[in-house]
Write a protein that binds this ligand. Structure first.
Ligand code: RI2
Length: 301
């Protein structure tokens, strides 16, 4: 897929999930470099920059997307001529995709060790990092059960329950508002995330902070599964994570509710106090160690 097609699919959420949109952006940048027919290196760099900006503009909250583009665009300085620079972009894009896929495996390996036999889990939305972790625990022979929220308005929870049931994990679908009622049966909340801020707050699908609050009240630990490229360097410099607001028709058809204001924020921030651990491919960390991760990684754009 080219840049524009990829950007539109991400905007429409035909391609979705923080890791998947980052990999799709990587693939699009690789295709851009491979298909570039001009011979002016400056023009290539300018167009590459525009391509990166177009991809980043599609979904403002998930820093995975910005970080992927930033890492790949560093390739534009590796090489003296156009061919070398194009090859560097292709290599950086391929490296990012491999890194992302490998991180998922490692997170599943590490995170699943924190899931005990007979645990009852609760997950929200549809996170490949959280689901891989849950499936790994199941494959390791642990007899687990999962409650999965519907995740309004887009109902990504339907994807989750189908994936888990396909793998043989006993799974129960609940509406989002049933979380507090169900929490008394839950041993561990497992969620993914779109962005980790430098203070250890995590930004994930709307409703995550309510779930974490209920878990905190019920003394149920919350485990967040997040690749390190979801840590935000920008937050270190004081920037706030923009919370994406999507079309209100995702909630209800506006024409059926004439005169009613509808609000559709699709992410929220969960403070570090409500998170027990963040499982990254570098290991299990306290949310308060987010600063160290951001400092250790060169994610500056
Ligand atoms: P992985 C999703 O965003 C959800 O918020 C999910 O928890 C998060 O990305 C992380 O997903 P959306 O695209 O990267 O559904 O773990 O808005 O797959």
């Amino acid at each position: 897929m080219d840049i524009e097609e990829t950007a539109q699919k991400i905007e429409l959420m035909e391609v979705r999930g923080a890791a998947k949109i980052a990999r799709a952006a990587a693939e699009a940048l690789k295709n851009f470099a491979l298909g570039y027919e001009g011979n002016d290196i400056k023009k290539f760099r300018d167009e590459l920059k525009q391509a990166g900006e177009r991809l980043i503009s599609t979904r403002p909250t998930a820093v995975s997307l910005r970080n992927a583009v930033t890492m790949i665009l560093k390739g534009e300085n590796k090489g003296d001529n156009l061919e070398q620079v194009k090859n560097s972009i292709v290599t950086e894009a391929e490296n990012f995709i491999i890194r992302s896929e490998k991180a998922l495996e490692v997170i599943a390996e590490i995170g699943s060790k924190r899931i005990k036999n007979k645990d009852v889990l609760l997950t929200h939305c549809n996170s490949s990092a959280a689901i891989s972790t849950i499936i790994k625990a199941h494959k390791d022979g642990k007899k687990i059960q999962v409650y999965a929220t519907e995740s309004r308005p887009k109902r990504q929870g339907y994807i989750t329950v189908r994936q888990l049931v396909k793998e043989g994990v006993p799974t129960t679908l609940i509406v989002d508002s049933a979380v507090r009622y169900v929490m008394q049966r839950v041993d561990l909340v497992v969620v993914g995330c779109d962005t980790v801020a430098s203070n250890g707050a995590i930004i994930n699908k709307i409703g995550t902070s309510q779930i974490a609050l209920c878990a905190h009240e019920a003394r149920v630990p919350v485990m967040v599964c997040a690749e390190t490229y979801k840590f935000s360097h920008e937050t270190l410099a004081g920037e706030l994570v923009e919370i994406e607001e999507r079309d209100v028709n995702e909630v209800v058809k506006q024409e059926d509710f004439l005169g009613v204001r509808i609000f559709n924020p699709v992410f929220d921030a969960t403070p570090p106090e409500y998170i027990d651990v963040i499982v990254t491919e570098k290991g299990v960390i306290s949310p308060h160690a987010a600063y160290e991760i951001i400092k250790a990684l060169d994610l500056k754009s």
